[in-house]
Design a protein around this ligand. Structure first.
Ligand code: ZN
Length: 410
C-alpha cells in the first residue's frame, strides 16, 4: 500500500474519499442523549455498522492543542501548541496563537497532499486555519471568511456559490453547518479525496445535552454526516474536548479568580495567571476554562501550589515539569505550575480580565480540565482485526483518528 510517514507514524493513502470531522466541544453526553432520543439516527446506526467508542483528548482540553494533535497525530510535546494564549517567558510578552509559527512539526494533511492526494481543510473559525493548513497544497478555507476565499490563497473561490448560500454569522450554530455543507459539496464534486472539517463549539458552550437548541444542531450535524456517508465517504469524527456546566445553583459562573487569591496571600504582583483558553474572537465563555498556568514572580512556588490546592473546586495542582511529562506538553512553554478546576469549576485570573457580558444569561459551560478529556471516537466502518486488537490494549486518543480511518478500517 502506498503510504506516507508523518511524525513517526505511517498513514496509507486513502483508497476511498475520507472525511474526518472535529466535532468541537461534543461531549459524549450529547452523543448518548442524541442517540437515545432519536436526534442522531445516523450516528446511532454506526454502533452496528461502524465503530463507536470513547477516546482521550489532550490536556489542556482546549481547541488549539487538540486540533493540532488530530492533524499531526502526536501530542503537544511534539507539535508545540499547548494553548490558545501563552506567556513567552523569554520576552514576558503575552500572545495569541493565530498562525503556524509556533508549530514544531508537519501535518498528516500536508504530507498526503504532497503524495498526490487531493486534500481539503474547512474550519468554522479562521483563526485555526493557518495551523491546520500549514504547508498544505490544497483547498483550505473557513466559513467565517468564505466570501474572501481566492484560488491563490485558499485553493478555491466562489465558496458561497458552491454551498448555495452566503456565509453565516460568525457567532452562530450555522457557522459549523456551513463547514459540513461545504465538505459535502467538495466530496460530491470529487474536488477532494481527504477532508478535515473542524467545527466550532458555539452551541455546546451555551446549551446542555437535551436542550432544544443542542438537539436541533446535533440533528443537522448528524444529517450531514449521513449524507457524506451516503455520498461514499469513509467518515470519522472525534471531539477536541468535552463540555461541562460550570455555574453555581443560582446560575452565576463558578469561578476561582486565582491571581487575586494568590496575590492576596503572597503580595501584589506575586503571580501571573495565564488562561490558555483566552480567545478574543469568542465571547461566549468569558475566557474562563478549567486549566491555567501560573508564573510565580516572588515567593516559593511550592507555597503557592499548596495554597492553590487548598481552594475548593481545584482538582489538580502540579509543577510545570510534571505537567509536561504527565500530559505530554512542551516543557519550555510550561508555567511554574498548573492548576485544574474540577468538573463544575473554572479558574480565572482577575475579575477585571474576564468579561462575562457575553454569557448573556446563559449558565457558564466550559472545558479545559480532566473532566472534559473523554470524547467520542466514531468511524463509519468497523475496525479491521489488527486495529480492533490495538483498541483493547491501549487507551484510544482523539489524535489516533487519521491512523484508524486510513489504516484501521475494513
Ligand atoms: Zn473546542
Amino acid at each position: 500500500m502506498p503510504a506516507v510517514d508523518v511524525n513517526r507514524r505511517r498513514y496509507e493513502l486513502p483508497n476511498q474519499p475520507t472525511v474526518i470531522i472535529c466535532f468541537d466541544g461534543c461531549d459524549p453526553a450529547y452523543i448518548r442523549r442524541g442517540m437515545a432520543d432519536g436526534v442522531m439516527p445516523n450516528t446511532a446506526r454506526l454502533v452496528e455498522t461502524g465503530f463507536v467508542a470513547y477516546a482521550q483528548a489532550v490536556v489542556p482540553t482546549f481547541t488549539n492543542p487538540n486540533n493540532v494533535s488530530i492533524v499531526t497525530g502526536v501530542p503537544p510535546a511534539v507539535h508545540g501548541i499547548s494553548g490558545n494564549y501563552i506567556l513567552d517567558r523569554a520576552t514576558g510578552e503575552r500572545r495569541m496563537i493565530t498562525d503556524a509559527r509556533l508549530m514544531r512539526c508537519g501535518t498528516i494533511l500536508a504530507a498526503l497532499a504532497d503524495a498526490g492526494v487531493k486534500v481539503a481543510v474547512v474550519t468554522a473559525k479562521d483563526k485555526l486555519l493557518k495551523m491546520l493548513a500549514r504547508d498544505l497544497r490544497g483547498i483550505a478555507f473557513s466559513s467565517e471568511h468564505a466570501d474572501r476565499a481566492t484560488l491563490a490563497e485558499n485553493g478555491i473561490e466562489n465558496v458561497e456559490a458552491m454551498v448555495g448560500r452566503p456565509k453565516p454569522d460568525q457567532y452562530s450554530a450555522d457557522l459549523s453547518l456551513f463547514v459540513l455543507e461545504a465538505g459535502l459539496h467538495l466530496l460530491r464534486q470529487r474536488r477532494a479525496e481527504l477532508l478535515y472539517l473542524s467545527l466550532s463549539d458555539y452551541v455546546q458552550h451555551a446549551w446542555a445535552p437535551g436542550e432544544p437548541e443542542a438537539d436541533a444542531f446535533n440533528h443537522e450535524v448528524d444529517k450531514l454526516i449521513g449524507q457524506m456517508i451516503g455520498a461514499g465517504a469513509l467518515l470519522g469524527f472525534v471531539a477536541d474536548h468535552g463540555m461541562n456546566d460550570k455555574a453555581r445553583p443560582d446560575g452565576t459562573p463558578n469561578v476561582i479568580y486565582l491571581q487575586e487569591e494568590l496575590n492576596a496571600v503572597f503580595g501584589d504582583g506575586a503571580v501571573s495567571v495565564i488562561c490558555p483558553i483566552t480567545d478574543p474572537f469568542v465571547r461566549h465563555h468569558g475566557a474562563l476554562g478549567s486549566f491555567v498556568r501560573v508564573y510565580a514572580h516572588r515567593a516559593d512556588p511550592r507555597a503557592m501550589m499548596a495554597a492553590t490546592a487548598a481552594l475548593p473546586g481545584v482538582e489538580l495542582v502540579i509543577d510545570g515539569k510534571a505537567a509536561a511529562r504527565r500530559f505530554e506538553l512542551p516543557e519550555d512553554l510550561e508555567g511554574d505550575f498548573i492548576a485544574l478546576g474540577d468538573a463544575g469549576t473554572v479558574i480565572g485570573s482577575t475579575r477585571a480580565e474576564h468579561d462575562l457580558s457575553g454569557l448573556s444569561g446563559h449558565r457558564l459551560r466550559s472545558h479545559g480540565g480532566l473532566a472534559e478529556q473523554t470524547v467520542p471516537f466514531v468511524l463509519s466502518r468497523p475496525l479491521n482485526s489488527r486495529y480492533a486488537e490495538i483498541a483493547t490494549t491501549r487507551p484510544l486518543r482523539n489524535f489516533d483518528i487519521f491512523d484508524h480511518a486510513l489504516n484501521g478500517t475494513f
